[in-house]
Design a binder for this molecule. Structure first.
Ligand code: DAT
Length: 187
């Protein structure tokens, strides 16, 4: 990362009255449930990017083989830019490298063991192929590596999300982090 990248990020973050948090991880690790809980506990606004993409048609069609929409990244970034500049957002998405680095003050990567992850995806009715791919993705730490490559290491935090206790403790950590951020930024 260059000095100018670092300067740009700190300037962007100083402009915001509230920080933005990215909650990422393999599908089924608990992003949506955790983001909702963070929003309820802090008053920050949850943005479910998967839903936004469907609702605003920010895709280039549907790939039946993979049961997924092909994301139009440019349209998505344009759609989100103003709300991210405003601050106070909890963004929930399974891919993290597509967003501008300057948007986020904290990046949480949720992790789950194979057994709970498998059960959650099976309940969701994922086909065998999607299930296997996501389990492999989690074991290979694909999202964690991608987050570490895309954001400053001091803002990327890996969190276990195997059970309700994990989730509660993750939400508590974010609450504490938010209070510290506000103090540090005089908000
Ligand atoms: P994601 O948004 O990462 O795809 P989700 O929040 O929709 O995942 O969660 C999938 C299911 O798993 C949902 O039924 C809630 C459950 N779940 C998620 N995180 C959990 C946790 N830490 N403990 C227990 N259940 C959890």
């Amino acid at each position: 990362m260059s000095d100018s990248d670092s300067d740009a990020r700190s300037i962007a973050s100083m402009d915001r009255d509230l920080p933005n948090i990215l909650v990422t991880g393999t599908p089924g690790t608990g992003k949506t449930t955790t983001s909702e809980a963070i929003a309820n506990a802090t008053g920050l606004q949850h943005i479910n990017v998967g839903e936004l993409v469907k609702r605003k048609q920010l895709h280039e069609g549907y790939l039946a083989e993979y049961d997924t929409h092909i994301l139009d990244e440019d349209k998505l970034i344009d759609e989100m830019e103003d709300m991210m500049q405003e601050g106070g957002k909890v963004v929930d998405f399974h891919t993290c490298e597509i967003f501008p680095e300057r948007w986020f003050d904290l990046v949480l990567v949720l992790r789950a063991d194979t057994s709970p992850l498998y059960d959650r995806m099976e309940k969701r009715g994922y086909n065998q192929r999607k299930l296997q791919e996501n389990i492999e993705c989690e074991i290979m730490q694909v999202v964690l590596e991608s987050a570490r490559e895309s954001y400053a290491q001091e803002i990327v935090v890996e969190l276990p999300s195997n059970n309700v206790d994990d989730m509660e403790s993750n939400v508590d950590r974010v609450k504490q982090w938010l209070e510290a951020w506000k103090q540090q930024h005089g908000k």
